[in-house]
Design a protein around this ligand. Structure first.
Ligand code: NAD
Length: 291
């Protein structure tokens, strides 16, 4: 079976990390990711498994701190504090979602900014305002998309890019990066669930990046321009016939012939996101060794 674009680009990111490990004579087992999980969300269990596998692939260490659903914000903060001061842990992520009674922003901002490989800490995300070069970390999904677009030579300067979705983790940081006049220089149109006439806007787009979390929101080739580039961030487990399949926010089969580039689900943004996290772990290691 032909390798999918997300897997090809992810392999390139892994190869680059391996070259860095070798050129720095680094013992990869000295680089370690800690994941804090509150509760037992099934999708989170799958994402954590992918992160563990990526660490194993590169020889990095991995620790899961799994807390009960009913634990308090203070209990989570205690674990994060112990990770922050543990010299053997390089990067720390809090797997989202956390239960509603846990103060999400308090715990995300408690992670040591130099270990914040998800780039959720206010000190890190605010640096993105000044562009890629000024950033400490880039949120993993956004890094993966950025890298994939560079790899595929997607023309961006002056091009119209419609971003669908305004989450703190994907849509908002993507908009900052793509609109940066000193870098990608796209003309961005940023849409959310209140956007009127969404498909009139998608018809104008040279590039569509969709992170809406709505299965097959873009379902017909009539709503896109000829030769558009589409990056699909959505992940949905849906029943097709009597089987479960993973699909995106875009109907890939219906649109693929009209696109210059379209990322599949699975095999698109998912693998580059995990590779982006590993890239951030290497960055965290460098930042801490420079201290
Ligand atoms: P979210 O779920 O927090 O927010 C969704 C955003 O989409 C909101 O801004 C909302 O207003 C907008 N939206 C919803 N319906 C819309 C509509 N009909 N028209 C226009 N805008 C609409 O966003 P998220 O956390 O970025 O997640 C989005 C999707 O991406 C989910 O399916 C999630 O599972 C997936 N995701 C995948 C990866 C990956 O690694 N591939 C990473 C993060 C998120």
């Amino acid at each position: 079976m032909e390798k999918k674009i997300g897997n090809i680009v992810a392999d390139e990111i892994y190869a680059k990390i391996k070259r860095q490990i070798s050129s720095q004579s680094l013992d990869p087992s000295s680089v370690k990711l800690a994941v804090v999980q509150v509760g037992n969300d099934q999708a989170s269990n799958i994402y954590i498994k992918f992160k563990r596998r990526a660490c194993e692939k590169l020889g990095f260490g991995f620790s899961l701190f799994k807390l009960e659903d009913k634990c308090t914000t203070e209990e989570v903060l205690k674990i994060i504090d112990s990770i922050n001061t543990d010299k053997n842990i390089t990067g720390c992520i809090v797997q989202l979602p956390v239960p509603l009674h846990v103060d999400k922003y308090k715990i995300l901002n408690a992670v040591n900014p130099l270990k914040d490989v998800d780039c959720f800490h206010i000190d890190n995300i605010s640096r993105l305002y000044f562009g890629y070069e000024s950033s400490r970390f880039i949120p993993a999904t956004v890094f993966g998309i950025y890298y994939l677009m560079k790899h595929c030579n997607v023309e961006t300067k002056g091009k119209t890019c419609v971003i669908i979705g305004k989450s703190n983790i994907v849509g908002k940081p993507l908009q900052m990066l793509l609109s940066d006049e000193l870098d990608m220089a796209c003309t961005t149109i940023h849409c959310d669930k209140y956007t009127e006439n969404l498909f009139e806007l998608t018809r104008l787009a040279d590039i569509i990046i969709i992170a809406a979390g709505v299965h097959h929101l873009i379902n017909s080739p009539d709503v896109i321009k000829e030769n558009a580039t589409i990056i699909d961030v959505g992940i949905h487990r849906v029943k097709v016939g009597d089987k479960f399949r993973v699909q995106g926010d875009v109907n890939y089969e219906a649109l693929k012939d009209k696109c210059k580039l379209i990322t599949p689900v699975p095999g698109g943004v998912g693998p580059v996101t995990v590779a982006g996290l590993m890239h951030n772990l290497m960055t965290a290691n460098k930042l801490q060794s420079n201290q």
